[in-house]
Design a protein around this ligand. Structure first.
Ligand code: ARG
Length: 599
């Protein structure tokens, strides 16, 4: 299905041509003066320059050439040369009826056949998931769904931090506490025990302990570094221990991402999975002459003449021969190109890592690992801050675990619903969905790059630009449909099926202002989603859903729906709210938010 703006643009382009001007001036946009009109075409202003003619003359000629096909309620050329457009109820009804019966509500995917890899996990093994990983997870999941909606084959990779300093610290501390563990015995040649010698709980205590100790103790730090090095070199016992730790840690992270955040990765790779690609990549870079020794380390220069900021080289091998964050990310790109030949690789990572990714992107381009057909996109996210404007912490200043945060929001919602007449089971299910919606929407409604303040009262409010408000609107529609069912004797799913099959359509009677506004917002669905896809901007989906909800609620307040006496009109209203509900459902699914049946 064409978008509503494309339909208008086509009509105006034809009119420009008929009037003797280039069709390119026919572009129509949503009005920025909704008090005056619904859409505008401002092409006469630009055409005036090219044709050296007064814009109002051109605008008038174009208006005269528009088809008399009943599409417009009014089209007016306004000084100095704008064209103000108000659509007829008829064209809108036809468009909405078509949307109702179309797949994806009429949205045309533009990226079928393309592939995108989204790297949005980044959790570190043996460390609990904390709020720092919240934004990448929430935004990345939504970006992935948006691109999939547009037709991309999408691959989300958790890209766990499983290969660096933390693991070295854990090994060092474990050995300190239990030196006789067979995993540490260099002369051991037998099978290693299948069980992990520590529990997750122990790991969560060991890591911060070791991390603190390493800050004071140089020798301890060196041991940890050595352990990482030997692990990477393939020391048997270390590999075995590492695998045991990985297994329990990955399972826990997976559960946390999926159950607590409704975030799902297709790949559960870690940084270590890129390791086999590092040596051949370095060989190749040496052959190309772009890898060079600098202060004992092997690096690739990525400075460009136009740089006006510091641009350090990309580090392939540290002076002790160890590989680090740069080489891992470079080799991961080698791996992704080989496995998936993606058209896009998108990183949703804290924006403070921007320089690292700029170095990495430049290096892979320079080495010919990535060609012009692949976009490398760094979607750097801002931080979630506390009310003090600083990165969110617990009350005692510690790092807040993600589960605890999710639980807090859930409890907050549950408290609000304490006096509702629902079973405990229902209440807890509602609190789970609404709580997560509050948290996610509070995040996603801000542009990814912006910092925002975590405000639990605001996020969980049922009013205003919040997740619960959107869900509440959906529940409201469902309850109207239930009422309609009970008077007609049809089930809600029958009613929805009738709307989705076109059996219930919008009637051609003129409605009031609130009805027209709702219809217009619905008609903009494809344009809004297309814009969110093009800009990789989930917050644009939020903005669309918020407005749609507002228009739905005004419509609800200003019309009798189930009590409407004219049967055609009543069916039309039902079709209208069914379509609205479908759009809201599609929209929250793009945000990876789930709706409860009741609230
Ligand atoms: N593990 C890293 C951290 O916690 C984030 C990884 C981001 N992704 C990447 N491909 N580097 O800081």
């Amino acid at each position: 299905m064409q978008t509503i703006l494309d339909i208008l643009t086509e009509k105006f382009s034809a009119a420009f041509e008929k009037a003797g001007y280039s069709a390119e001036y026919g572009r129509c946009v949503v009005s920025n003066r909704p008090d005056l009109c619904e859409f505008q075409c401002n092409g006469a202003m630009a055409a005036a320059k090219a044709y050296k003619k007064a814009p109002i003359m051109i605008a008038k000629e174009v208006v005269d050439q528009l088809p008399q096909d009943g599409s417009f309620k009014s089209v007016e050329a306004i000084a100095p040369g704008f064209i103000n457009i108000i659509l007829s109820e008829g064209i809108l009804n036809g468009y909405l009826n078509e949307m109702s019966v179309s797949e994806k509500n009429g949205f045309e995917p533009k990226s079928v056949g393309k592939t995108a890899v989204i790297d949005y996990g980044g959790a570190n093994v043996a460390k609990p998931l904390h709020v720092g990983h919240l934004r990448p997870a929430i935004i990345g999941e939504s970006v992935k769904r948006l691109l999939a909606f547009d037709g991309y084959k999408t691959i989300g990779d958790a890209h766990l931090g499983d290969w660096g300093t933390p693991i070295g610290l854990i090994f060092t501390e474990m050995q300190e506490r239990n030196p006789s563990l067979v995993f540490f015995d260099e002369n051991y040649t037998g099978e290693y025990p299948a069980e992990c010698p520590v529990t997750l709980k122990e790991l969560e205590e060991i890591y911060p302990f070791a991390s603190a100790k390493s800050k004071e103790d140089e020798e301890y730090r060196a041991k940890a570094r050595q352990a990482v090095f030997e692990l990477q070199q393939g020391r048997r016992g270390y590999r075995a221990l590492w695998e045991r730790i990985m297994d329990i840690s990955r399972a826990d992270l997976k559960k946390n991402y999926e159950d607590n955040l409704n975030v799902h990765f297709e790949l559960w790779y870690g940084e270590s999975d890129a390791d086999p690609y590092i040596a051949p990549m370095i060989e190749d870079m040496k052959k190309q002459g772009i890898a060079k020794i600098s202060e004992g380390a092997l690096v690739v220069d990525v400075k460009e003449e136009s740089d006006n900021k510091e641009m350090p080289p990309c580090m392939l091998l540290k002076s002790d021969g160890a590989v680090g964050y740069d080489s891992t990310d470079l080799a991961t790109i080698v791996q992704r190109m080989k496995d998936f030949s993606p058209n896009k690789i998108i990183y949703v990572v804290d924006k403070r890592q921007g320089l690292h990714f700029e170095q990495v992107f430049r290096a892979v381009r320079k080495a010919g690992i990535v060609g012009d057909d692949t976009d490398l996109i760094f979607l750097g996210n801002g931080t979630m801050n506390g009310k003090d404007g600083k990165p969110f912490k617990t009350r005692d200043g510690g790092v807040l675990r993600l589960e605890a945060l999710v639980q807090d929001v859930r409890d907050h919602v549950a408290e609000k619903m304490a006096d509702r007449d629902l079973s405990d089971e229902e209440k807890s299910e509602i609190a789970r969905k609404v709580g997560l919606a509050a948290l996610k929407y509070g995040d996603l409604s801000n542009a990814a790059t912006k910092d925002y303040i975590f405000d639990i009262d605001k996020f969980t409010s049922f009013e205003g630009n919040t997740g619960p408000y959107i869900l509440y609107t959906m529940v409201r529609i469902k309850s109207i449909l239930e009422k309609y069912s009970s008077v007609t004797g049809l089930s809600v799913s029958d009613v929805r099926a009738k709307a989705a099959s076109g059996e219930y359509g919008l009637s051609d009677m003129d409605g009031n202002d609130s009805e027209k506004k709702l219809k217009l917002q619905i008609a903009l669905f494809s344009n809004s989603v297309a814009q969110a896809v093009a800009e990789i901007a989930p917050h644009k989906v939020c903005a669309y859903l918020f407005e749609l909800s507002n228009f739905l609620n005004s419509f609800y307040h200003e019309n009798k729906i189930v009590a409407e006496e004219n049967e055609d009109k009543r069916k039309g209203f039902i079709a209208l709210i069914c379509l609205t509900l479908k759009l809201l459902e599609t929209g929250i699914d793009l945000l990876a938010i789930e709706a409860p049946e009741k609230m």
